[in-house]
Design a protein. Structure first.
Length: 135
């Protein structure tokens, strides 16, 4: 069983300057949890301790994930309306990225975004989630 860390969103976090922070270790699963709607965006500043490939999986088709590096270059964007609720990114040791979670509907939706090194099983059964949304 892998170590887990949970980071809950806290308002206000609708801008990068108010982002909640999370650190991802190569041997753990980090979960970002909260609620969002089409009018609400939640930012997280995520730092990766080790270089490698990491998977990001949302448990909700009602939120869209967007990941940018600190230069504003898009690394990943999911397309939940097309069934794409997960993807993967490559990072360097110590790299920080901005992860934005935004609801796709006007009603508030809860989310749980799991982040882990590629190869760590994020599943607990079920269908296995959506397809990769690599950019």
């Amino acid at each position: 069983r892998k170590l887990m860390a949970v980071v809950a969103e806290s308002e206000p976090n609708n801008r990068k300057s108010f982002a909640d922070t999370a650190t991802v270790a190569a041997d753990q699963i980090t979960n970002l949890v909260g609620e969002s709607s089409k009018k609400d965006k939640d930012f997280f500043a995520v730092t990766f301790e080790q270089a490698g490939s990491y998977q990001l999986v949302s448990d909700s088709a009602l939120v869209k994930l967007s990941v940018e590096n600190t230069f504003g270059e898009k690394l990943l964007e999911t397309e939940p309306n097309d069934g794409i609720t997960s993807g993967q990114i490559e990072v360097e040791a110590g790299q920080k990225v901005w992860l934005r979670v935004r609801g796709v509907e006007k009603d508030v939706a809860a989310y749980d975004v799991a982040i882990a090194a590629l190869g760590i099983d994020l599943g607990g059964g079920g269908s296995g989630g959506g397809e990769s949304g690599l950019v």
